[in-house]
Design a protein around this ligand. Structure first.
Ligand code: ASP
Length: 328
């Protein structure tokens, strides 16, 4: 007992165990793993981006980044958990465009995307494609539109819950064709895709990161790319605009966040590792293979993300208000 006390006193005297908040940030991350919350199911589009990214980013950060899938309520459950987590740099969030649509969609969101998080940086942009079960009669988007109008009460549209990318895309699509379909929510589009392939649900507007394999294998009916230009990796899929439905355009941007108050030196380390990861040729190639595009390193920064997120909130809030959609 006496010997321990003496050792502690000696260590203190030479400043070995002198603890200050700044000292902690200097030592970050040490060998402790970082938990990255992905607010959707494992194996889905956000999970795929997150796993490819963190595999590379872990090396640059110097410690393992472990994915924690926490799906539900369009990504808002996982985001809220991170907003309330310890702000020590060992819990981060990897989320998408839902960070900018949730404030307008949820009346009791429980967090403020701009005020309750530190921004780390953007990651990648992912396009969306409207696809259907292989046995759906229409063979192209032009034929799909009248078919939907004639069969609206029998057709279902899957999504990953209110606030998800598939929800937003479905919302824009239904409002453009002025027809409502029965929507079926999942905790992510990984389980939704299983049901589309199995024919339990008819249609989904999904990210190419989830459906690239099925598009290549021809196991889904691709109807339209939901953006102004054709997707580089899937050039044979015409856009919705080319097929008579202009204006349904959505790009699913992804970004990384930490709880508010995470020390700046910690954020700087995370962001530096993120910038290296997005510039890594292996990450860029993997994203391209899935139809996506890694952001340039200058977008993988806190300042760029803060400006971008604020702009996206301003962009989507009036669109969602006009659609009159909300969740409690
Ligand atoms: N990104 C979600 C997922 O990973 C799907 C979505 O937002 O539509 O499952």
């Amino acid at each position: 007992m006496k010997r321990v006390a003496l050792k502690v006193a000696a260590a203190l005297a030479v400043g070995l165990i002198w603890v200050t908040p700044g000292a902690h940030a200097d030592e970050y991350p040490g060998s402790k793993p970082v938990s990255a919350v992905v607010p959707f199911s494992a194996g889905g589009p956000t999970d795929k981006v997150a796993r490819e990214l963190t595999m590379i980013m872990s090396k640059h950060l110097g410690t393992q980044i472990v994915i924690e899938n926490l799906g539900g309520a369009g990504g808002t459950i996982g985001a809220k958990k991170v907003a309330q987590a310890r702000n020590d740099g060992y819990t981060i969030l990897i989320h998408h465009i839902g960070m900018s649509t949730a404030p307008a969609l949820y009346r009791n969101l429980g967090f403020d995307p701009l005020k309750d998080f530190e921004m780390v940086g953007e990651i990648a942009d992912v396009p969306m494609v409207m696809v259907g079960n292989k046995n759906l009669p229409p063979s192209n988007f032009k034929d799909l539109l009248p078919y939907i109008k004639a069969n609206a009460s029998k057709l279902s549209l899957a999504n990953a819950g209110i606030g998800s990318a598939s929800h937003l895309c479905g919302l824009l699509f239904q409002s453009a064709i002025q027809t409502e379909l029965t929507t079926v929510p999942y905790k992510g589009t990984a389980p939704a895709l299983t049901d589309i392939l199995g024919g339990q649900v008819n249609l989904i507007c999904d990210q190419t990161t989830n459906i690239a394999g099925q598009l290549k294998a021809g196991s889904l009916k691709p109807y339209a790319a939901m953006q102004a230009r054709r997707v580089e990796a899937f050039k044979d899929i015409p856009t919705a605009g080319e097929q008579g439905l202009p204006g349904v355009e959505v790009k699913i941007w992804h970004a990384m966040y930490a709880p508010k108050g995470t020390p700046k030196p910690v954020i700087d380390k995370l962001s530096a590792a993120l910038q290296k990861a997005v510039a890594d040729p292996n990450f860029r190639a993997k994203m391209a293979e899935l139809g996506a595009e890694a952001v340039p390193a200058q977008r993988a920064t806190p300042d760029s993300l803060r400006t971008f997120l604020a702009g996206e909130i301003n962009k989507w809030t009036p669109v969602i208000r006009k659609a009159g959609v909300y969740a409690d």
